[in-house]
Each structure stands twice: as structure tokens, then as C-alpha cells.
Design a binder for this molecule. Structure first.
Ligand SMILES: O=C(O)[C@@H](CO)OP(=O)(O)O
Length: 228
């Protein structure tokens, strides 16, 4: 039975500092490193071991994957990295402190920017401090200036259909190490969650989520590996 494992990267430096992160490339904290290793130990304990891997182009997700694989004894697995699994782009909010932004713009406005389905944050100024546009890892890619969840879904789902689903269908156990909002996009699709209800879904860091697929490639209920 094909199995899909989703893991959100461990705590990042800007998760800790409560800053809007998006495409900015921050690393894991010590807690994040521990969470990533624990995810790998859990996979090993439960005997749920990936056979192929996908991740974003962002250090926090790549390192989480590597640490988890090392702990599970599977550092040798093939890994595909793709920008379409990146976090949603936080536009002009990137780098700002979330509490200070609430104090300035109000709780409601910040909630809309963070969790509405289709309202993107204000766009980033091209060439500004946290614009990743000139980063060589994005050569040849139209780096966005902001993204709502809806826009994130519009790049995650085509990649899921074209590159990940066929591998899963061939019988592999796939792990995707990614981000709060790129994983929210996938869970919304796989668990058939409405545009309104997706705002309430929070994906914890470093906690593997599993979907078992049936013979027709229909996903079952998602569950946390720790609860299985
Ligand atoms: O800052 C971000 O990029 C994301 C994920 O950490 O935050 P939010 O919870 O606001 O989607």
C-alpha cells in the first residue's frame, strides 16, 4: 500500500523569533535539530521508512530531511529538491516580527494576511533586504513577490500531480519535508478541506503525518505517526 509521510521542518530561528519567514532561508534552532532527529527515530521505531524523498530548496526543510533520514538509517535515499515545495512567499511582511505587526495593523488584519485563503500579504519591494530573487538557487524561476495560500496551492498541486503522485503510484513510500503552508496546500487537497476550514489547520513542526493510499490511489484519513 503506497504511503505518504509529510513532515514540517523543525523549529527555525525565525519561528523562535516570531518573524514572518516565507522564502527567506533561515536555519533550524537546537530545538529544531532535536525535532528533526526525533522524527527520524520515530519512523525507525514504527518501521515506517521512506524509500524516496522530496523537499524544498530551503535549508530548514532540507536539513530536517537529512537529520531524519540519518536517524532512520536512510541517508542514502534519493532526494528531489524543488522550489514548488517552498514555504508560501510572505511578501513585504518577510522579516517583520509578527507581534509588532499585530500591534501596528491589528489582530484581524494580521490574521487575514496569515490565514485567509486568497488575500496575499502586501508585495515585497524588488531588491529589498529579504528578496531572494537574486539567489542562484532560483535562477530561471519567476520568484513571486507575495503569495496567498491559494497562489501557493497553484504551484504545489501541479508539482504533486506531475512529479510526486506518479512515484507514489509506483509503490514507493514517499516523504515530503516542507513547510507550514506548502504542506497545508497538500493536506487541503488530500483531506478535501474547504477554503473556509483550511484556515483552522495548524501543522506542528517535526511531527510526521501519514496518509495510506488504497489501490485506486485514494488517500485514507491522515494520522500522526506518533499515534499509530
Ligand atoms: O512565517 C512563515 O513563513 C510561516 C511559517 O512559519 O508562518 P505562518 O504561521 O504565519 O504561516
Amino acid at each position: 500500500m503506497p504511503k505518504l509521510i509529510l513532515v514540517r521542518h523543525g523549529q527555525s530561528q525565525w519561528n523562535l523569533e516570531n518573524r514572518f519567514t516565507g522564502w527567506w532561508d533561515v536555519d533550524l534552532t537546537d530545538k529544531g535539530l532535536t525535532e528533526a532527529k526525533a522524527a527520524g527515530a520515530l519512523m525507525k521505531d514504527k518501521g515506517v521508512l521512506p524509500t524516496t524523498c522530496f523537499t524544498s530548496l530551503q535549508t530548514r526543510a532540507i536539513r530536517t530531511l537529512n537529520l531524519a533520514l540519518e536517524e532512520a538509517g536512510r541517508l542514502w535515499l534519493p532526494v528531489t529538491k524543488d522550489w514548488r515545495l517552498n514555504e508560501r512567499h510572505y511578501g513585504g511582511l518577510t522579516g517583520l516580527n509578527k507581534q509588532e505587526t499585530r500591534d501596528k495593523h491589528g489582530d484581524e488584519q494580521v490574521h487575514i494576511w496569515r490565514r485567509s485563503f486568497d488575500v496575499p500579504p502586501p508585495p515585497m519591494e524588488p531588491g529589498s533586504e529579504y528578496d531572494p530573487g537574486a539567489d542562484p538557487r532560483y535562477d530561471g524561476i519567476d520568484v513571486p513577490y507575495t503569495e496567498s495560500l491559494k497562489l501557493t496551492i497553484e504551484r504545489v498541486l501541479p508539482y504533486w500531480e506531475s512529479d510526486i503522485l506518479p512515484v507514489l503510484t509506483s509503490g514507493e513510500t514517499v516523504i515530503i519535508s516542507a513547510h507550514g503552508n506548502s504542506l497545508r496546500a497538500l493536506v487541503k487537497h488530500l483531506s478535501n478541506i474547504s477554503d473556509d476550514n483550511i484556515t483552522g489547520l495548524e501543522i506542528p513542526t517535526g511531527q510526521p503525518i501519514v496518509y495510506d493510499f488504497d489501490d485506486n490511489m485514494m488517500p485514507g484519513e491522515r494520522y500522526y505517526l506518533k499515534d499509530s
